[in-house]
Design a protein around this ligand. Structure first.
Ligand SMILES: *Cc1c(COP(=O)(O)O)cnc(C)c1O
Length: 404
C-alpha cells in the first residue's frame, strides 16, 4: 500500500494538560527530579520519559519531532534550531577526521559552503558529483566514504535524485544515505525509498509562514539517541536546539501542510505550463520536458503534485532583476530568498542563495545568470496572477506577444 504521510500525522493524538486540543507548551529549561538517583540515571541515558534539560529534549520538541517522524515514516526525529543546525549536526555525527562524503553538486548554498569550507578544516573531504548519474556517484566512493548526501529535489536547479538507486549504492558500500527533503515534503517520502536519514529545513514549506527558522532530523532511534547523547551527541553538544514555543507553533502549522502543498503544486504546474508555452526556458519537475519527470512520478505520493518550486531563465541578470522588481511592484510576490510562503517569492540564485558557489562552478552545473527561482504561493486565482506576470514579461520584452 502506498505511504500516506498526511494520514500518519493526522492519526497522532495529543492533548493539553487540561484537555486542550493542542498540547500544552513546555516553558521550562530545566526539570525537577523526585530523587537524586533518577537524575543520575537520566544523565546516563537510562531513564526513558524523564526530561533533564531542554537542550537535550523538551515535551514540545518531542511532540513536533514525533509528528515529523510520522510524516517521514521514520522511528523518531529530533527538531533543531534551523535546517543548517540539522545538516551540520548529522554530518559531524556521521564523520570523523579522515572521512569522505559524496555529495550532489547542486545543493543549498549553505550546505555547499559547510562541506567545502568548514567541515574540510577537520580533514573531512567531499566529492561533489552529478547526483543524477549513479555511475559517477558510485565511482566517487572511496574506502573512507561514510555518507552519500543529496536533496530529493535540488536547490536551485530542481534536479531530482533517484533515491531508490542511491540507496542501493549506499547499502552495497555500507554508507548512510542522507536526504534533504526540504523542497518536497509530502510529495516525496525518502524513507520508504531507502534513505537512512531525512532532513528538513522547517523554515520553508513545513512551517509555511516565514516567521521562524527551524530544522529536523528524521531517523532511527539509535541514530537520534546518538545525536542527543550528553557525552558525544552533535545535537546536544553543538546546541542548535529549537525553542519550545517555536516547536508548538510549527506543529500547529504542520496541520495544514497537506492542503498547502496541493495548492502550491497546482499553482506551480499551471504557471510552469504557461511559461513553457510562452517560449520561456522553464524547469519544473511536473513538465514532461523535465529530464527526471518520469522518475519523480515513480517516487511521488500522488495527490501532492510536483511541488511549489520552479525556475525560468530570462537570459541575463539585468532582465531577471528588472522582472523581479516589476513583479514585486505589481504585488505578484516578493523579491526575497526562502520558500514555502503564502505569497510567491522570487530571487536570482546566482547572486543570492547560491552565491557561495564560485562562478565557474555555477556555470559548470548549469546555474546561469538569468535564472529566477520561484516559490509559487497559495494564490486563489492563479489565472489572474499569470495574466499580470505575462504583462510584466511583455513590457520588458522577455516574451513576445503572439497576437498580431
Ligand atoms: C533553506 C534550506 C536549508 C537551510 O535551512 P535553514 O532553516 O535556513 O537553516 C537547507 N536545505 C535547503 C534545501 C534549504 O532550502
Amino acid at each position: 500500500m502506498a505511504f500516506k504521510p498526511a494520514n500518519s500525522i493526522q492519526d497522532l493524538q495529543y492533548f493539553g494538560e487540561f484537555g486542550g486540543v493542542n498540547p500544552s507548551i513546555s516553558d521550562s529549561s530545566t526539570y525537577t527530579f523526585l530523587s537524586a538517583k533518577t537524575m543520575f540515571d537520566t544523565f546516563e541515558g537510562n531513564a526513558d520519559g524523564c526530561y533533564l534539560y531542554s537542550r537535550h529534549s523538551s515535551p514540545s520538541n518531542l511532540y513536533l519531532g514525533e509528528a515529523l517522524a510520522a510524516m517521514e515514516g521514520t522511528e523518531t526525529a529530533n527538531v533543531m534550531a534551523s535546517g543548517m543546525g540539522a545538516i551540520t549536526s548529522v554530518l559531524l555525527q556521521l564523520c570523523e577526521g579522515g572521512s569522505h562524503i559524496v555529495s550532489s553538486r547542486t545543493i543549498y548554498g549553505g550546505t555547499y559552503a559547510f562541506l567545502k569550507n568548514f567541515i574540510s578544516r577537520f580533514h573531512i573531504s567531499t566529492s561533489f558529483v552529478d547526483i543524477t548519474n549513479l555511475d559517477m556517484v558510485e565511482a566517487a566512493i572511496t574506502p573512507h566514504t561514510k555518507v552519500i548526501y543529496c536533496e530529493s529535489v535540488s536547490n536551485p536547479l530542481l534536479e531530482v535524485a533517484d533515491i531508490g538507486g542511491l540507496s542501493e549504492i549506499a547499502k552495497k558500500h555500507g554508507l548512510k544515505l542522507v536526504v534533504d527533503n526540504t523542497f518536497s515534503p509530502l510529495s516525496i517520502s525518502p524513507k520508504p525509498l531507502g534513505a537512512n536519514i531525512i532532513i528538513h529545513s522547517l523554515t520553508k514549506f513545513i512551517n509555511g509562514s516565514s516567521d521562524t527558522v527551524g530544522g529536523v532530523v528524521c531517523g532511527t532511534k539509535d541514530f537520534i539517541n546518538d545525536l542527543r547523547n550528553v557525552n558525544a551527541g552533535a545535537a546536544m553538544l553543538l546546541g542548535a536546539t529549537m525553542d519550545s514555543l517555536r516547536a508548538a507553533s510549527i506543529l500547529k502549522n504542520l496541520r495544514t501542510l497537506h492542503i498547502r502543498i496541493q495548492q502550491h503544486s497546482k499553482n506551480a504546474l499551471f504557471l510552469a505550463r504557461k511559461f513553457e508555452a510562452d517560449g520561456l526556458k522553464t524547469v519544473y519537475p511536473g513538465l514532461v520536458s523535465h529530464p527526471s519527470h518520469n522518475l519523480f512520478k515513480t517516487m511521488m505520493n500522488g495527490s501532492y503534485g510536483f511541488g511549489g518550486m520552479l525556475t525560468i531563465d530570462v537570459g541575463t541578470l539585468e532582465k531577471a532583476n528588472a522582472l523581479m522588481e516589476l513583479m514585486q511592484h505589481k504585488n505578484l510576490g516578493y523579491l526575497a530568498v526562502s520558500l514555502g510562503f503564502y505569497k510567491t517569492l522570487f530571487s536570482a540564485p546566482g547572486t543570492s542563495t547560491s552565491s557561495e558557489i564560485p562562478l565557474e562552478e555555477q556555470q559548470a552545473m548549469g546555474l546561469s545568470n538569468g535564472l529566477i527561482r520561484f516559490s509559487i504561493g497559495l494564490d486563489a486565482d492563479i489565472e489572474r496572477t499569470y495574466s499580470i506576470m505575462r504583462d510584466c514579461m511583455l513590457e520588458l520584452g522577455i516574451i513576445k506577444s503572439t497576437m498580431a
